[in-house]
Design a protein around this ligand. Structure first.
Ligand code: FES
Ligand SMILES: [Fe+2]
Length: 457
């Protein structure tokens, strides 16, 4: 075994073309954001297994993380009209997001101040926030509106301030509504850091939520999330992609509270012991079955990347116009997947994918994975309304959500392992899981931040 000098840790890289070298071959100018590189070694110690398996750690996350961190509650489009409400549940906490005026979104602790019933359980358009138990009622801005049998509550009248629904902070970015339960939290802008710059040309705000699928898993939320934060698993989990996917030539970066991976398509995996043709690369990218004709025959002198990008340009042109001609092939071909700590995963360019992961109810060993498609639309045709969540149970198959298209089968490959990971972790005798220095950068960055949150007084 070769020993690595400490200051060289994490400097190892896969054979094959680097991502930056691949960008040099682009037929169009490459945006600055894809040239941006920000990587340094964090740590190579094991991540304690108890982070995934212990109730105590879950309780710590509740107190130190979820009650203090900025987190995505919904899309602005989930509450487009005055009176629209959206319930955001995290562990045993419930927050109600309300569009209280045309330009105002507020968020309240979703609890009746009479005897503590959850105020609202379902997303709906309402004119007031009325508790179903005895009918205490609040205005949309959280002020107390009515107490049934007011004559019996002179003490409420005396303490009216205390009967304003307690509010939590709201931050808006990229069409997302974030909330923070900590009144002393850092500003939303400082939490986001440089992330808005990354998305300045890939405007997530002007997107329609056209797909929203949620699935329940018998695994800790972090174990599920981490299956979507690296390309290292592709060789074993999605071998059908390798002919056209530069899995271990992916680039990983991190800064502040976010991290990013870029996995190139239309370049062969360094794991292959044969050299695929451009056609074979394209067929792998386009998910061609062995008994199907190629989706497109690659013309002489063209590459899989050229043809795939050209096809995507024409697909998006009617929607976003001729700006597609100023976009790089890389923006159409690559998987560019960001993670904003702790649990939001928007993809870059026009890739529509956005994930969110969180505990299922107050369970430390079950979680919810959500996949949204945030779709560019033609403003002249109007914005499609946001779709509601399509829930899949623990025993469902992603292909039940036909709206996911081809991705459903890839998800099935991804999520096949997860219940087995949770079972394995419970039985694991080694006290920690071990991460790759480079390819598992995003997971390392996440746990490094998580440690900071958990260790805060
Ligand atoms: S608990 Fe809500 S009105 Fe009584
Ligand atoms: Fe995967």
């Amino acid at each position: 075994m070769t020993m690595v000098e400490p200051n060289r840790k994490g400097q190892g890289r896969s054979p094959g073309i680097t991502y930056q070298q691949l960008l040099d071959t682009d037929s169009h100018p490459v945006p600055e954001v894809l040239r941006w590189q920000s990587w340094s070694f964090i740590d190579d110690t094991d991540v304690p297994v108890s982070r995934y398996t212990s109730r105590e750690f879950h309780e710590l996350e509740k107190e130190k993380l979820w009650k203090r961190v900025w987190q995505m509650a919904c899309r602005e489009d989930d509450v487009p009209n005055v009176g629209d409400t959206c319930v955001y549940d995290i562990c045993d906490m419930s927050i109600l997001v309300v569009r209280s005026a045309p330009d105002t979104i507020q968020a309240f602790w979703n609890v009746c101040l009479h005897r503590g019933r959850i105020l609202r359980e379902e997303d709906a358009n309402v004119t007031e926030l009325r508790c179903a138990f005895h009918g205490f009622c609040w205005n949309l801005n959280g002020s107390l509106k009515q107490v049934p049998c007011e004559w019996d509550f002179p003490h409420v009248e005396e303490r009216k301030d205390e009967f304003q629904l307690p509010e939590v902070k709201v931050g808006l970015w990229g069409g997302f509504v974030f909330i923070n339960m900590d009144p002393n939290c850092e500003s939303f802008e400082s939490f986001l850091g440089n992330l808005p710059w990354h998305f300045k040309d890939w405007d997530l705000a002007n997107r329609a939520k056209t797909v929203h699928v949620a699935r329940i898993f018998p695994a800790n939320w972090k174990a599920v999330q981490e299956a979507f934060m690296e390309a290292y698993h592709v060789v074993a989990t999605h071998p059908q992609l390798l002919a056209g996917f530069g899995d271990s030539n992916s680039q990983y970066d991190w800064e502040g509270n976010f991290s990013r991976a870029i996995s190139p398509n239309g370049t062969p995996s360094p794991h292959l012991n044969w050299v695929p043709t451009e056609q074979e690369m394209f067929d792998a990218m386009s998910d061609r079955r062995l008994d199907e004709d190629p989706f497109v025959v690659i013309p002489e002198g063209m590459t899989a990347r050229d043809v795939s990008a050209a096809g995507s340009r024409e697909m998006w042109r009617p929607i976003v116009g001729d700006r597609v001609d100023r976009m790089a092939d890389a923006e159409f071909n690559e998987a560019i997947y960001y993670t904003l700590f702790p649990n939001l995963h928007p993809w870059g360019a026009f890739n529509r994918i956005c994930y969110r992961f969180r505990p299922y109810g107050d369970r430390h060993d079950m979680s919810i994975m959500e996949c949204m498609y945030l779709t560019p639309y033609n403003p002249e045709e109007g914005k499609p309304a946001a779709v509601p969540i399509h829930w899949l149970g623990e025993d469902s198959d992603w292909t039940e959500a036909t709206e996911l298209g081809n991705l459903a089968r890839v998800f099935n490959q991804d999520t096949f392992n997860l219940p087995k990971v949770q079972r394995g972790l419970k039985s694991m005798q080694k006290p920690g899981v071990t991460l790759a220095n480079y390819q598992e950068t995003k997971i390392r960055h996440f746990h490094w931040l998580l440690s900071k949150w958990i260790d805060r007084p």
